[in-house]
Ligand binder design. Structure first.
Ligand code: PMT
Length: 405
């Protein structure tokens, strides 16, 4: 998303200014052309040379440093900026921005740009809570600027409080999320989407379980894409290993029965349910509370397995008018034939079939290839891609096929 975009980072004078260097690096790594403008106070905390080396661009500080006769530097930068980020934003710069004051290179460029502006404040807690700052921040929001709230934690003053600059990775994630939303124009806005992810674990004893190779990556990718496309997303996940995408709510479960309970509770408030999780068909009838000892006989250990509820089938058979239920089918042979049988048996609106005999895609891989089978008999083949890219294609296909209105 950042390749070829012009990102301008405005650094103002606070102790957190050093963190702006990491943020700049993240944008450069993502393919953006990054320009940096600094206030004179910011230069007391970090040198312009750091940013020049990171961006390979000259850093802008002085409004009257007009070394190119055919350009007015701050207007030129304002016009070429696609996204502006003020980081850290001091109470002083926030006050100037809220009142349209343009008395240095940073504030003049910010007043002149029509690009989206993200403001990331960092300051002492009492300065953040001061009625003047509260008023100014409110004004910025009313003026259409996006304010990324400061974090709570250990402040430079030696005590805990609100006012810390969020970590650069978090700022990068939030800005990327909101810019992606802007780019995709939120076609899923107003929809509540429930997605399951990961392989369930059926406990045998406190240290052993029956599970499968599902990593949860496909479910998380669909959740991230749905959130970018404007939906409110609730993820029911068996894994805690993956980063929860920005804006997504998560409920952690372990077994199929726990997943069944969580999904059943959330389903009535859901518009679209997508069952990506690899759910165990059976659970161990008698779970031992103690670690099972090696058996001293030759017949080995017998485990009695009982059938788990079929969650997808239950949703398909109980959905109300307007609710959409989508399942996956993980097959190793006769992929489309078995997927079609699942579509009918489980009364799903769509089954997304994948051939899990191919180790390059499917379980625990970063890539995937799927075929959508709709209840109207349409078949949509989506070619192999990264799970993140494919997830966007899946939502786009569901919209094109009018499965989602
Ligand atoms: O997690 P990853 O590593 O990224 O891998 C992705 C994936 C391979 C797990 C995914 O693409 C996939 O195929 N998910 C479905 C796995 C599966 O259990 O398929 P199934 O054919 O056994 O089940 C069919 C459908 O019924 C699935 O939507 C499943 O969630 C659902 N089901 C199954 C059993 C059960 N008791 N209840 C269910 O709801």
């Amino acid at each position: 998303m950042w390749k070829g975009k012009n990102v301008t980072v405005f650094v103002t004078g606070g102790i957190a200014a050093f963190k702006a260097a990491t943020l700049v690096r993240l944008f450069v790594k993502a393919g953006a052309n990054v320009e940096v403008a600094m206030t004179k106070s910011a230069c007391e905390f970090i040198t312009p040379l750091t940013f020049q080396v990171l961006t390979k661009n000259k850093v802008h500080i002085d409004t009257f440093d007009e070394d190119e006769a055919n350009k007015v530097q701050h207007i030129h930068l304002a016009d070429q900026t696609d996204v502006a980020i003020v980081v850290p934003a001091t109470a002083n710069t926030i006050a100037k921005m809220a009142n349209g004051i343009a008395d240095n290179f940073v504030t003049s460029t910010l007043l002149a740009t029509t690009a989206p502006i993200y403001v990331v404040p960092a300051m002492n807690e009492h300065m953040w809570e001061n009625p003047a700052t509260v008023r100014n921040v409110k004004q910025l929001v009313e003026d259409g600027k996006s304010v990324i709230e400061p974090a709570t934690g250990f402040l430079a003053e030696g005590y805990d409080g609100k006012g810390r600059l969020p970590e650069p990775e978090e700022i990068f994630e939030q800005v990327t999320f909101f810019e992606s939303r802007r780019e995709y124009k939120s076609p899923l806005e107003g929809k509540t989407i429930l997605i399951t992810a990961g392989g369930t674990k059926e406990r045998i004893d406190p240290v052993r379980y029956i599970s499968n190779d599902s990593s949860g990556k496909m479910g998380y990718a669909l959740a991230k894409a749905a959130s970018i496309l404007g939906a409110k997303v609730q993820l029911v996940s068996t894994t805690k290993q993956l980063k929860v995408p920005y804006g997504v709510q998560v409920t952690y479960v372990e077994s199929a029965l726990e997943m069944h309970d969580a999904v059943t509770q959330l389903f009535p408030k859901t518009d679209i349910a997508v069952m990506v999780a690899a759910v165990s068909d059976y659970y161990v009838a008698k779970r031992s509370n103690q670690k099972i000892k090696k058996q001293q006989n030759e017949s080995g250990l017998m485990l009695e397995l009982l059938e788990n509820p079929d969650i997808l089938k239950k949703l398909g058979h109980s959905k109300r008018e307007g609710q959409v239920v989508i399942g996956f089918a993980a097959e190793t042979t006769n992929v489309l034939e078995y997927a079609k049988a699942k579509l009918e048996k489980k009364k799903a609106d769509v089954i997304i079939a994948n051939d899990v005999s191919n180790s390059r895609i499917g379980f625990n891989s970063d890539h995937h290839q799927v075929t959508l089978l709709t209840k109207d008999g349409h078949i949509v083949n989506l070619p192999e891609k990264s799970k993140e890219e494919l997830a966007l294609n899946i939502w786009e296909s569901l919209l094109e096929e009018k499965i989602i209105h």
